[in-house]
Design a binder for this molecule. Structure first.
Ligand code: ADP
Length: 430
């Protein structure tokens, strides 16, 4: 149980830490990308305005049909910043070109330009090898007194930033992974520290329940014996009222003895102090005995109690605990079935799965609403407290049944519908 709580806490701690870390990484990475984008965009737009201004005179001359030679100033260009200038007829009049491998692709992009005038945008260019290059590209129209003279395109190769961001992303992902490992480790240690006081309190409470139940057993037996003695001694002289009081006392003492016994069983089970002695026995024979012991009660309630058996069925288990399990399930079935109802116990080896047996206790009683079906195995959980109390229930029977099944490596479940009946199905390794 504590290992489960510790694992759960570790998971919660690690998730919280990783969520914070992820949020931090995503926020800082997105912020960095945004700042870089803005900066490059503004840079290229300023460069475009500058180039447009510089080309104004050249384009004027071109307009006046003055022969202007095409200008190329690739010498001062490292290929990162480049420009192309075109007159109104689309004739290139000047350029400082980008890297050789992207020139053709860049010209195609410029010829099909649909961008907003003066606004730089991120443009992807594919190289012949399939490699991607990133550019910030801006086209700006050059006017002279309201008359268009041509267009200047400027661009900047920002592939190196892209590569840097990609590497940064990889490093951050690795950091995140590393922190995940550290978070799980730290979470596990922290969770271990947190559950120490809970563990101590739980142990103290468990010891208290075990000690109290143990100590209460002797006085309860003495009380029961005393009531028996008074009843047999004063049988003839006692008034009807006193007789009734003694009878009520006796039934309350029996009920208390049962609760104390059940509590002691569970407290010992929690502490791991119960020894399970496994031996090989015929479960059908044991079940036959339990069914026979219930026959008088079933007959009194006019309930048909049937046991469907299939010859000998050997199982390696604790005979006392398996009897107790059958006792709890059959007792409940008879308790929660109406007069003239039906209870059927079936024990068979599971088809298709060697080494497993299935015990099912079926009744056509009150049934269990779906919302309660998981909860009935919890301690002191009773659907109808008054009815359970009247029929001598403690709300601990199914918790003990579940413990017995689990300590034998099996499972228990219920299939039920309100007003139709319930079937408790136990699967046990044999
Ligand atoms: P109790 O001593 O009250 O019977 P259990 O732990 O054995 O305690 O059962 C828990 C609750 O589950 C019961 O109070 C009852 O409401 C419900 N229950 C158990 N068995 C049956 C059954 N066969 N049919 C209907 N309800 C049942």
């Amino acid at each position: 149980m504590f290992a489960k709580i510790r694992n759960h806490l570790t998971f919660v701690y690690a998730t919280v830490m990783v969520c914070f870390l992820l949020a931090f990484i995503v926020a800082s990475y997105t912020g960095l990308v945004w700042v870089l984008y803005q900066e490059e965009q503004q840079d290229v737009e300023a460069f475009a305005r500058e180039e447009a201004h510089e080309h104004l005179e050249l384009l004027r001359q071109r307009k006046l049909s003055v022969a202007v030679p095409n200008m190329e100033d690739n010498e001062q260009n490292d290929g990162k910043l480049f420009h192309y200038a075109f007159d109104v007829n689309g004739q290139q009049i000047s350029s400082s070109e980008p890297a050789r491998e992207v020139r053709a692709a860049m010209l195609t992009r410029i010829q099909n330009w649909e961008g907003v005038d003066g606004q730089a945008v991120l443009t992807k260019v594919y190289l012949p090898g399939g490699e991607k290059n990133y550019f910030m590209l801006c086209g700006i129209k050059v006017y002279d007194g309201g008359q268009a003279l041509g267009t200047v395109f400027v661009g900047k190769d920002i592939t190196s930033y892209y590569i840097m961001l990609k590497r940064l992303f990889l490093v951050l992902s690795l950091v995140c992974l590393l922190f995940l490992v550290i978070a799980v480790f730290a979470g596990h240690i922290l969770a271990g520290r947190v559950i120490v006081p809970i563990k101590n309190a739980f142990t103290r409470q468990r010891e208290f329940v075990a000690d109290a139940s143990h100590e209460l057993r002797t006085p309860l037996s003495v009380m029961l014996a005393s009531v028996d003695a008074v009843q047999s001694d004063d049988e003839n002289t006692m008034s009807r009222f006193s007789g009734q009081v003694l009878e009520d006392m006796k039934s309350e003492i029996k009920r208390m003895t049962k609760i104390v016994g059940d509590l002691l069983t569970l407290a010992r089970a929690d502490a791991g102090a119960t020894t399970i002695i496994k031996e090989k026995f015929d479960i059908n024979m044991v079940a036959g005995k339990v069914v026979r012991s219930f026959q008088p009660i079933a007959t009194e309630k006019r309930v048909s109690l049937e046991f469907i058996r299939t010859g000998e069925l050997f199982i390696q288990a604790d005979i006392e605990r398996i009897s107790q399990l059958l006792l709890i399930l059959i007792d409940n079935a008879i308790k929660y079935v109406q007069h003239e109802g039906e209870v059927i116990l079936t024990i068979k080896s599971m088809p298709g799965s060697k080494g497993h047996i299935t015990i099912s206790v079926q009744d056509n009683g009150v049934g269990i609403p779906e919302k309660d079906q998981k909860l009935i195995f919890e301690r002191f959980y009773r659907i109808d407290k008054v009815r359970s109390r009247e029929s001598g229930g403690t709300g601990l029977g199914l918790s003990i049944a579940k413990w017995i099944v689990e300590v034998h490596g099996g499972t228990i479940r219920v299939e039920s519908a309100s007003g139709i009946g319930s079937t408790f199905i136990v699967d046990l390794p044999s």
